[in-house]
Write a protein that binds this ligand. Sequence first.
Ligand SMILES: [Zn+2]
Length: 411
Amino acid sequence: MILFKNTRIFDGSGAEPFPGDVLVQDNRIVAVSRTGAGGTSAPKATIVDGAGTTLMPGMTEAHAHLSWPSSVERFVPGMSLPPEDLALNTARNARILLDHGFTSASSGGALGKTLEITLKAEIDAGRTPGPRLVPASIEREPPNETAFLASGNVVEHGRGAEGVRAFVKECAAKGAKVVKFLLSGESALKPGASMQTLYSEEEMRAAGEQARESGVWLTGHAHCPDAIKMGLRNGFRVLYHCTYADDEAIDMLAARKAEIFVAPTIGIVQATLDATPPPHFDMSHMKADASAVLERQKKLAPELKRRGVRLLPGGDYGFPFNPNGRNARDLELFVRHLGFTATEALVAVTMRGGEIMGLEHELGRIEPRYLADLLLVRGDPTRDVTLLQDKQNLLAIMKDGRFHKAPVTPT
Ligand SMILES: [Zn+2]
């Protein structure tokens, strides 16, 4: 048993942090008590003194690309690695996310068919450190040797309803929990592509049917209105970007707010604007596209939030200029650009995170019976979310009741 004492508790619900104690037994939170309410008695518990800290639920990355090469520990000037390197690098990225307070990750696609599935098995068995993972199969073909960035090629499956159906079935059989489709193209990589749909209605209807039959979730990259609507009509659970949602798409998102999750994916947008590329790499087109996306998201995200659509942090980390490990920056960008308060951004990355992981009522809150994924943070992130970008401020990281990072005394 572990007893966090004398800390301020942000419980994930959006309520004001309050002083109190939290008791963990095995992998669950078993008691939460407010200071002055009698306290928690657990004579055998190991005590963690949380003076000057905030205890909050672990964070969830809603658009994770663990297999995308670059991280805060390793710069990779491109998107492709030899298979052995890719596998080891992906495992390291999983550890890096956990080091930075992300105890859960919902995948936005992998660079290998079974890479994340194998990784999840290793993590769940306790053989390698990493977040809880909703694993995906391959998102797109690994880029060719001359490509600096992911090519944006569609996944390697046959076209037509039968081809798509077979692909979803195969991913499910291999153990993927989500299957990712590029519903629209990506203008950052190919001018104009964000406004094009890459699949037919018939193909996505087949994907939706097969996903329900195989028990997997669908996630989609969708910028243009038609791509968003196609995803919504066919039961997609997560949509990334949604940049150019028109009124009808916004109405459809709001109508499905109990089922749908949206990750605006603002991290990559800001990183593109901030990047200073080497002279041989021309990013001017990407930067122009990112400016347009940012202006659009500044208006769209507050409107979706107002309509009750669940928006989650998660920002395509893994590109050379937007490395894995920087994921908590999305919180700052939600506050700076998307009309979120610090507390709302924290709710999105904790409680909503539990929901996107499929563990609603079990993960993402500090409540009795919830899974013990906890961060002991120096200071108060409800006043300043940027605190979470510095892993030195994460004094302890607990996942499933065990310390990934044992408490260090705050200084
Ligand atoms: Zn992505």
